[in-house]
Design a protein around this ligand. Structure first.
Ligand code: FMN
Length: 301
């Protein structure tokens, strides 16, 4: 390959591979067990305005394919995060993106302002959180747009919106986020799922329902990208869900993504990023493809 760089909005990434939020801690912990050179960026665990305790255990469960998690976005809150984590991310040899989560637009903006001061290089908005009425923000185009607007008003960094595959019309949420100032969309977060412990006759997860991730969600995320590209055209997209090998990366790029995120696979093997990138580059070499951008958005949905 001539180059493995990709561009995303105004940002150039040295690699199309990004470590997904919630699967690499606040990135510096991940750097202790994995080589970050394969990644164009790494997204820290979502942070909220005040500390969140998360769900009691059990909050993670393996499934035959992939896993369920209902961590409840446990995190120390933005003030504590700035003290404990942000000093350790600025020295890393990778672009670290912050992830903001809250129950209302002001909360998202407060965290985004803190993350910006803390030295991250982009803000990802985790819309997969219930609002004060208990509805997933990512299923509501109007509220999602308000969140993006509030975040964009407090930072000069690129702002991205991470969407949920559970939205009935993800394209409406995507459109609202782009109109409100999102530089790119991350498609998508986990799919809501549940499992039963048949011996206890109870849900496996204490939170009953959790986020399903891993290889089986890839076709769902690709369908979401297809819907968005078919209606909105070539908006900047980061694909996410179920990537375990190089050809998965190629598939996401062809579908319309400019870069991809990898999560569950890194939990299973923190070193798998390098392998996946090498496999993707090998596919390009074998198919006379010089840059990843050459095969981006080549499918007519
Ligand atoms: C244990 C776990 C924790 C996660 N925590 C977050 C989080 O804090 N914020 C977020 O935006 N996504 C979170 N995610 C979702 C991942 O970033 C990713 O979108 C999802 O797992 C789909 O990708 P994958 O199939 O490669 O894992 C989490 C996923 C897992 C498995």
């Amino acid at each position: 390959m001539r180059s493995i760089e990709v561009t995303l909005g105004d940002v150039t990434l040295r690699s199309p591979l990004i470590a997904a939020s919630g699967t690499v801690g606040s990135v510096w912990e991940f750097a202790e067990v994995a080589d970050l050179s394969a990644f164009g960026a790494a997204v820290a665990k979502s942070v909220s305005p005040v500390p969140w305790d998360g769900q009691p255990p059990p909050r993670m469960a393996p499934t035959r394919v992939g896993m369920l998690n209902a961590i409840g976005i446990q995190n120390p809150g933005i003030d504590e995060w700035l003290l404990g984590h942000s000093p350790r991310i600025t020295a890393l040899d990778v672009a670290v993106w912050g992830s903001t989560v809250a129950t209302d637009p002001d909360g998202f903006a407060e965290v985004a302002a803190g993350l910006t001061a803390g030295g991250v290089s982009a803000i990802e908005i985790n819309l997969s959180c219930p609002n004060l009425d208990g509805h997933l923000i990512a299923t509501d185009p109007v509220l999602s747009g308000e969140v993006v607007k509030a975040v964009a008003s407090v930072t000069d960094l690129p702002v991205s919106a991470k969407l949920a595959p559970d939205a009935e019309r993800i394209v409406d949420v995507a459109g609202a986020c782009i109109e409100s100032g999102a530089s790119w969309l991350v498609i998508a977060n986990t799919v809501r799922g549940a499992a039963i412990d048949i011996d206890r006759r109870q849900p496996v997860l204490s939170g009953r329902v959790g986020g399903y991730s891993g290889p089986a969600v890839k076709p769902i995320a690709i369908r979401c990208i297809a819907d968005v590209v078919a209606e909105l055209g070539a908006v900047p997209i980061v694909g996410c869900g179920g990537i375990t090998r190089g050809t998965d990366v190629i598939e996401y790029l062809m579908a319309g993504a400019r870069a991809v995120q990898m999560g569950t696979a890194l939990l299973a093997d923190p070193r798998s990023g390098q392998r996946v990138l090498t496999e993707a580059a090998r596919w390009c070499d074998q198919n006379d493809v010089d840059t990843f951008e050459e095969i981006t958005n080549v499918v007519f949905w």
